[in-house]
Ligand binder design. Structure first.
Ligand code: 13P
Length: 243
């Protein structure tokens, strides 16, 4: 039985004060979750330290939104694994489509980040997904397969999460149809050669579609952007009900 990982990616939102306010609203709403459900929040780096204190003793784990492959050095604007471990961070998102797009992150760099996370005991959440144009041209499977094969090279697949996030569904309100998301997640599982791989779907996940998404056979969790900023919405997502 695969675990589920419900993760909120806060992106460049939330100050320490607003993160605290979020938790005051969120924590009372998400008690008594089944123990096989992992709830993860990826705040901006500045809020990690204060959140680590607030969530102590709860079922919530922290993720970073990136991690570097070196443990220290002249890498302005980067964050190292040991800096994150000092604050009890357990997961690290790598290869999100936004750094891929805005900072030209390559599959090779993403693979280095994933391996470095694992070496230090962090669980990488490796994001993959096609653009609208690639899907229109019939290239989606080829693009995703390349991202999976290069991004996961020489990683331990039992200590990793992969997030399938079709770029055209991110922040647009256009969710990928559940059956299609499930089909792609099934292909990712097959290409990885590891049946127990944890695979999330991400892209306009909301309280209104979470139950259907989580009822899919190859989807083991979600990576949520916008809806994870609202305590009520994210609590409803964490408390999804299988149909
Ligand atoms: P939205 O849920 O806002 O579409 O964002 C998805 C995402 O990019 C999560 O990493």
């Amino acid at each position: 039985m695969r675990k589920t990982v419900i993760a909120g990616n806060w992106k460049m939102h939330m100050t320490c004060a607003s993160a605290k306010e979020f938790m005051e609203g969120f924590l009372p709403l998400f008690k008594d979750l089944p123990s096989d459900r992992n709830v993860v929040i990826a705040p901006p780096f500045t809020a990690i330290s204060s959140l680590a204190t607030i969530i102590e003793g709860t079922q919530i784990n922290l993720s970073s939104q990136n991690v570097h492959w070196e443990d220290s050095g002249a890498f302005t604007a980067e964050i190292s694994p040991s800096m994150l471990l000092e604050h009890n961070v357990r997961y690290a998102i790598v290869g999100h489509s936004e750094p891929r797009k805005y900072f030209s992150e390559s599959d090779e760099q993403i693979n280095l980040r994933a391996k470095s996370a694992q070496t230090h005991g962090l669980i990488p959440i490796v994001c993959v997904g096609e653009t609208f144009e690639q899907r229109e041209r019939g290239e989606a499977e080829r693009v995703i397969r390349r991202q999976v094969e290069q991004g996961l090279e020489q990683t331990d697949l039992s200590k990793l999460v992969i997030a399938y996030e079709p770029i055209w569904a991110i922040g647009t309100g256009k969710t990928c149809e559940s059956n299609e998301a499930n089909r792609i997640c099934g292909l990712i599982r097959k290409w990885s050669g590891f049946n127990d791989l944890l695979i999330q779907y991400g892209g306009s996940v909301k309280p209104g579609n979470i139950d259907e998404i989580m009822s899919m056979s190859d989807i083991d969790g979600v990576l949520v952007g916008g809806a994870s900023l609202d305590p009520q919405d994210f609590a409803r997502i964490a408390n999804y009900k299988i149909r």
